[in-house]
Design a protein around this ligand. Structure first.
Ligand code: PLP
Length: 499
C-alpha cells in the first residue's frame, strides 16, 4: 500500500496555461480604448451610411481557417475595426426602416459588457442574476395585467417564445402525458391564426409535431386583421369534421402592416369556444407602454400566453424576448425535468428552485435579463412609451405625405408604425420591378434602408418605424430619395423593357 497520492500538485503543467491576459495593464488600456471607440461609433452613427455592402477584401479576411496559434488582442481588434464594424445591417442608423429591427441604445451596450463580465448561467441555482430576471418578468406581468399565477421566461426572440407558448397550449389540451405518448393516438388538433401571422408560427407547428396543416390561416379584413366571421366559420367547419380546435393566435402588430387583431373579440371567442388564446405581440405588444396607444391592445390582458420582443421596440440589444403564460404551472408541466445531476438543494449554490430551466428548453441561459433591466430602469416606462408613440405618429405623418404625393400610392392602412406604399413611375406589371429596384437603390446609396413586402400580391416599399433615432427630417430625406430614385429608374427601366 502506498498512501502517497501520485498526483503532483506542484507540477507546472497543472497551472499553465490559463486564458487570462498575460499583461493586465495592457489589456486594461486596450479595453478602455475599445469602449471609447464604440461610444464614438454610437455617437456618430448618423454620419455614416445607413448600410454599405461588405467589400471583397473584408469577406476574404473573414473566410480564413481555424487558427492554431493565438493572435494578439490588439491585432484582433484592428481586424474588427476594419472588417466588421463598418458593415452592420444598419439598424442603429436613424434611416434604417427595414424589416422590424430595434435600434439599440448605448446603455444596452454597457449592460452587455457587464453581463458578459459576470458570465452568469441563468438555467437555475442561487444567485442574484436570477432575481433580476424574475424582476423583469414581474414587471412584464404588471405591464400586461397578468395574474400572480403567471410564469415567464426570457428567450432569444418571439419565434422561440411562440414555440414555447404553443407547446404549453398543447399540454393544456392533451395533458402532460403527451410528453411521453406524443401525438400518436390523440385527437386531431386544429389551431387558427390570420394569414398575416408571422411565419415562425407555422414553423412552431412543424416542430411540435402538430403539423402546419393543422394551423388554419384565416383570411384578413380590410384592415389586415383576422376576419372574425371567417374564423368562426373555420372553427365550426373543423368541429363538424371531427377535429378538435384548441388554440387561436392573435397578432398585436403584424409584420406586414402593423395591424392589430381584435384581441378583445378573440378573447371572447376563445372563452366561448374553449380555446387557448396566444398573442404574438413581437413588437406591437410594447405599445402597452404608451398610455395613448394601450387601448388599441385591449384584450391582451386576457390572453393565456403572450410572446414579445425586447430587441425590437424596447431597443434592447439583440437578442431578448419574453414569453408569459397565465397559468405558470402548465409551463412547468410542459418543460420541467430533474435529472440527478441537476438536483435542487435547500441551501447552497444549488438552491433557488424552481429553476428557469424548468420553464423552457434551454438549460444554460445567458444573462439577457440584465440589459432589459438596465433599459427599463434607465428609460422608464414613460420615455420608452413616448418613443413608441413618436414612431406611430411618424408613420401616420409619412402616410399622409405619401397620399399627398401624386407619384406615390399608399398600399395599406397604417396599423401602428408600418407604412407600405409604392412608386407609380411605371405601369403594371413593371411597377413591382420598379419598386424593388428603388428599395435596392436606396439601400446601396446608403441614404436609407427600407425593405419590401407583398400587399395583395403587389410589391410594396415597406417602412417600419421601430427606431427611436428617426426624426421628421429623416423621413423627409427618405421620401425625397424615393422620388429621386423613382424618377431616375423609371425611364431607364421603361427603356430596357422596350429594347
Ligand atoms: C419579428 C416578429 C416575430 C419573430 O420574432 P423574432 O424576435 O425575430 O424571433 C414574430 N412575430 C412578429 C409579428 C414579428 O414582428
Amino acid at each position: 500500500m502506498n498512501d502517497e497520492p501520485d498526483l503532483d500538485l506542484a507540477a507546472e503543467d497543472l497551472d499553465r496555461p490559463d486564458l487570462d491576459p498575460g499583461d493586465w495593464p495592457a489589456f486594461r488600456a486596450l479595453g478602455h480604448r475599445m469602449l471609447d471607440e464604440m461610444i464614438d461609433h454610437l455617437e456618430t452613427v448618423r454620419d455614416r451610411p445607413a448600410w454599405q455592402p461588405v467589400p471583397a477584401s473584408a469577406r476574404a479576411r473573414l473566410g480564413t481557417a481555424l487558427p492554431a496559434k493565438g493572435t494578439p488582442l490588439a491585432t484582433l481588434y484592428g481586424d474588427f475595426r476594419e472588417t466588421i464594424l463598418p458593415f452592420p445591417t444598419g439598424n442603429a442608423h436613424p434611416r434604417f426602416f427595414g424589416w422590424v429591427h430595434g435600434s439599440g441604445t448605448p446603455t444596452g451596450m454597457l449592460a452587455e459588457l457587464l453581463a458578459a463580465g459576470i458570465n452568469a448561467n441563468l438555467g437555475g441555482r442561487a444567485h442574484a442574476p436570477i432575481l433580476v430576471e424574475r424582476q423583469v418578468i414581474g414587471w412584464c406581468r404588471e405591464l400586461f395585467q397578468f395574474p400572480d399565477s403567471t410564469a415567464g421566461l426570457l428567450v432569444t426572440g418571439t419565434s422561440f417564445a411562440n414555440l414555447l407558448a404553443i407547446a404549453v397550449a398543447r399540454t393544456d389540451r392533451l395533458g402532460a402525458a403527451v410528453r411521453r405518448s406524443g401525438l400518436r393516438d390523440g385527437p386531431r388538433l386544429t389551431a387558427y391564426a390570420a394569414r398575416s401571422a408571422h411565419g415562425c408560427i407555422t414553423k412552431a407547428f412543424e416542430l411540435l409535431g402538430l403539423g402546419s396543416d393543422s394551423l388554419r390561416l384565416v383570411p384578413t379584413d380590410r384592415e389586415f386583421r383576422i376576419d372574425m366571421t371567417a374564423l368562426r366559420q373555420a372553427i365550426l367547419a373543423d368541429r363538424a369534421a371531427g377535429a378538435v380546435p384548441f388554440l387561436v393566435i392573435g397578432t398585436a402588430g403584424t409584420v406586414d402592416t402593423g395591424a392589430i387583431d381584435d384581441l378583445a373579440s378573440l378573447a371572447d371567442l376563445a372563452a366561448a369556444e374553449d380555446l387557448w388564446l396566444h398573442v404574438d405581440g413581437a413588437f406591437g405588444a410594447l405599445a402597452m407602454l404608451s398610455p395613448t396607444l394601450k387601448g388599441r391592445l385591449a384584450g391582451i390582458e386576457r390572453a393565456d400566453s403572450l410572446a414579445f420582443d425586447f430587441h425590437k421596440w424596447a431597443h434592447v440589444p439583440y437578442d431578448a424576448a419574453c414569453v408569459l403564460v397565465r397559468e405558470g404551472d402548465l409551463m412547468r408541466a410542459t418543460f420541467a425535468t430533474e435529472p440527478p445531476y441537476l438536483a435542487r438543494y435547500e441551501r447552497g449554490a444549488g438552491a433557488g428552485a424552481p429553476w428557469f430551466a424548468d420553464y423552457g428548453i434551454d438549460l444554460s441561459r445567458g444573462f439577457r435579463a440584465l440589459k432589459v433591466w438596465f433599459t427599463l430602469r434607465e428609460q422608464g416606462r414613460d420615455r420608452l412609451g413616448a418613443a413608441i408613440l413618436k414612431n406611430c405618429r411618424q408613420a401616420t405623418a409619412l402616410a399622409a405625405s405619401i397620399e399627398g404625393c401624386s407619384e406615390l400610392e399608399l398600399m395599406a392602412p397604417v396599423g401602428l408604425d408600418i407604412v407600405c406604399f409604392r412608386h407609380r413611375g411605371l405601369p403594371e406589371p413593371q411597377r413591382d420591378a420598379l419598386n424593388k429596384a428603388i428599395v435596392v437603390a436606396l439601400q446601396e446609396s446608403g441614404v436609407a434602408v427600407p425593405s419590401s413586402t407583398l400587399i395583395d400580391g403587389k410589391l410594396a416599399i415597406r417602412v417600419n418605424l421601430t427606431n427611436h433615432r428617426t426624426t421628421g427630417a429623416d423621413l423627409r430625406i427618405f421620401l425625397e430619395a424615393v422620388r429621386a430614385e423613382g424618377a431616375r429608374l423609371a425611364p431607364e427601366m421603361a427603356g430596357e423593357a422596350q429594347a
